[in-house]
Design a protein around this ligand. Sequence first.
Ligand SMILES: Cc1ncc(COP(=O)(O)O)c(C=O)c1O
Length: 425
Amino acid sequence: MALDEMAVFLIRQGFPALKQTIEGKPIVFFDSPGGSQVHNSVIDAMQRYLVTSNSNAHGAFSASMRTDEMTHKARENFADFLNADRPEEIIFGPNMTTLTFRISQAIGQTLKPGDEVIVTRLDHDANVSPWLALRNIGAVVRFVDFDPTDCTLSMQDVEKFLNQRTKIVAVAYASNSVGTINDVKTITRMAHEVGALVYIDAVHFAPHGPIDVTELGCDFLVCSAYKFFGPHIGVLYGRHDLLEALPALKVVPAGNEPPDKFETGTNNFEGICGASAAIEYLSSLGAQFGSEYKPQFNTLSSHRQDLKAAMIAIRSYENQLCRKLLSGLSQIPGIRVYGICGPENLDHRVPTVSFTLEGIGPRDIALKLNKENIFVWDGHFYAVAAIEQLGLLDKGGLVRVGLCHYNTQQEVQFLLESLWEIGNG
Ligand SMILES: Cc1ncc(COP(=O)(O)O)c(C=O)c1O
């Protein structure tokens, strides 16, 4: 069975939040770039953990041992999701931002004044500020620009800035403000040619497509489970030899090896358990709806194949929604979509579509859509440099429609009709 409208009808039954109504009318969740709704199996797993195994790690009694087993299984699940070599390369933390500060501070201890760091103007600030903080120790930070006409990164800038002094390149897999997918594989190759490390922010890409750290060859990659149907927790992949070598800011009794050395204090075990269940939810989608894609990955374990197949199936379904959204928006007078807007160009974007409407500000549009129970975000989404570069920072930013696999064509149609009315009202 393919992941189509019929399948999504069934999938939606597993998301209790999607069944809510306000004043008898359903809610349309187009807010997933800020956080997605949570699958039943995730809620159940977290509740089960809190009832049966709630305890700290590394004890000599069964609840603690179950916590250790659950945490290890979660690392294995994330290693499968990201196609990492080993579970010890997976580090859990409160969120992506905290993990990124942790790694930037660790890397900072290895830098000398004059060493260079590359960030981009398209990124969420969580992949900018932690690197800017290294200016304190004399690092020079270079900003890669983007083309405002289609919001694609300037590869010329990447090339121009890379040199023997470059120690780290921090770049997003996909933009959370305008949906561009960056060519992180090429950037990784170019960075490695000068001996720089690559830190990929995959928070926005993770719900929308397969991630393969082995194929990318990146050094670090970070994502957040609350963007892909799990609870609020961040997940970092780091190459094992680098995690071993980097200094960690840690308490003395904590383990000196990865992952322990980077997991400061007591972990959020119920969150880890829920994040792990979110991965199992995704692999179940692959097993149910991804059979046509699995043969491409027959060198991988069956679980990894399921995860890849799930994410390809999701991408293909979301592309159909995105095509409808982009072509519908292009017909509404006064709407300007930012980023890649040709429906034929979907390979280079995720289904996060941001726009302005002439004569009415983003906040007012979001408020009017809220009257129809359509939830969208407006503003700069912490991608401050991007919105500033687009000249929209003092104009309320953008309206952002974030599609994900539990959305439907009918919901997109309802949004388009509502926007049409707002535009003409
Ligand atoms: C692309 C991107 N990077 C980083 C973050 C920050 O993630 P966290 O909330 O896990 O710190 C977000 C959050 O929206 C994001 O969209």
